[in-house]
Write a protein that binds this ligand. Structure first.
Ligand SMILES: [Zn+2]
Ligand SMILES: [Zn+2]
Length: 344
């Protein structure tokens, strides 16, 4: 099988022929149909300090967002069979810690991340533990299904407050921010404001129904949104950018008792003006990691089936695995939508 592989501890990757892996007793073997590039894949591709610390060894197959078809199930797999369509859940919970045993597997104390701590899925076949292969309705196209995992992050974020009839600002319109725009509108948000550095991404946000879009660092985001919301501010902010400016602006345009949801990975420590922007405001702040297992999956599945979110529209590039270099280049530019590899 073909696989996109990090072979040496240097930036870049290679496409190699490899043996098809055998599933363990609690694993399924999957024919991968589509896989999408996530930010963490770019870190591993670049082989930065984070990647050097977390990846257990080389060679390492990149990728973790995927969908495909089960071709073989291990002896102790009880709920999946050949022919089932599945999408990848990246969390590998221990199923034995306090959080796993109290219904919060997505914040397991011994969490492993599929494709980071284990081999990834940018390959024609992959094996995954049964809990990481989520059965999906057959009519969801594989490309869309490959993005249920990152879409679930946005949907999980939106679950932290009431959306119907409310106003939201989404800072950062990469794929997760764009899924957030679509899902917020599907949930009945009155107005969604979208902020990003990239004109192209703002255009996508607008096409998904964002009420107004703003060029970060250029447009007067704060004044415009406060004027628009009668000086009160928005009900919810989704922070998907990781930037200091987004925290400053986002907390200032958050209304009193509003909900601020942190989804973006901030590469540096962020400074917060706590008394005015959080404490006296009685702001509610939530951190988000991944998806709830598996409530978020049902929600994403329903959103897709209803036709109210269209994950394929967030894909700007569908490429064969041979074009992996182009794929990573596009992902790094942060100007486009999602990059997906089609494995057949
Ligand atoms: Zn991801
Ligand atoms: Zn656990």
């Amino acid at each position: 099988m073909k696989a996109i592989l990090k072979e040496k501890p240097i930036p870049g990757a290679v496409l190699r022929e490899m043996d098809i892996p055998r599933p363990g007793p609690k694993e399924v073997l999957i024919r991968v149909k589509a896989g999408a590039i996530c930010g963490s894949d770019v870190h591993i591709f670049d082989w930065d300090q984070w990647a050097q610390k977390v990846v257990p060894g080389l060679p390492h197959i990149l990728g973790h967002e995927f969908a495909g078809e089960v071709v073989e199930a291990g002896k102790e797999v009880h709920h999946l069979k050949p022919g089932d369509h599945v999408a990848g859940e990246t969390h590998i919970p221990c199923d034995n810690c306090y959080f796993c045993l109290t219904g919060q597997r997505h914040i397991c104390m011994a969490m492993k991340v599929y494709g980071v701590h284990s081999q990834g899925i940018f390959s024609e076949y992959t094996t995954v533990p049964e809990p990481c292969a989520v059965k999906i309705p057959g009519e969801i196209p594989f490309v869309a299904a490959a993005m249920m995992e990152p879409c679930g992050v946005a949907v999980h974020g939106l679950s932290k407050g009431v959306i119907s009839g409310k106003t939201l600002a989404i800072f950062g319109c990469g794929p997760i921010g764009l899924f957030g725009v679509q899902a917020a509108i599907a949930y009945g948000a009155a107005k969604v404001y979208a902020i990003d550095l990239s004109e192209n991404r703002l255009k996508m946000a607008k096409s998904f129904g964002a009420y107004q879009t703003f060029a970060a660092g250029k447009d007067p985001v704060e004044k415009a949104i406060l004027d628009e919301t009668r000086g009160i501010g928005v009900d919810m902010v989704l922070e998907v950018s990781g930037s200091q400016m987004a925290y400053d602006q986002g907390l200032r345009i958050l209304r009193k008792a509003g909900t601020f949801v942190i989804i973006g990975v901030a590469p540096k420590p962020i400074q917060l003006e706590i008394p005015t922007n959080i404490m006296y405001k009685e702001a509610k702040i939530f951190g988000i990691t991944g998806r709830e297992m598996y409530e978020t999956w049902y929600q994403v599945s329903d959103l897709i089936q209803s036709g109210k979110v269209n994950l394929e529209k967030v894909v700007s590039h569908q490429l064969p695995p041979e074009k992996f270099e182009k794929g990573f280049k596009v992902a790094k530019e942060a100007q486009h939508g999602k990059v997906a590899f089609i494995f057949g």
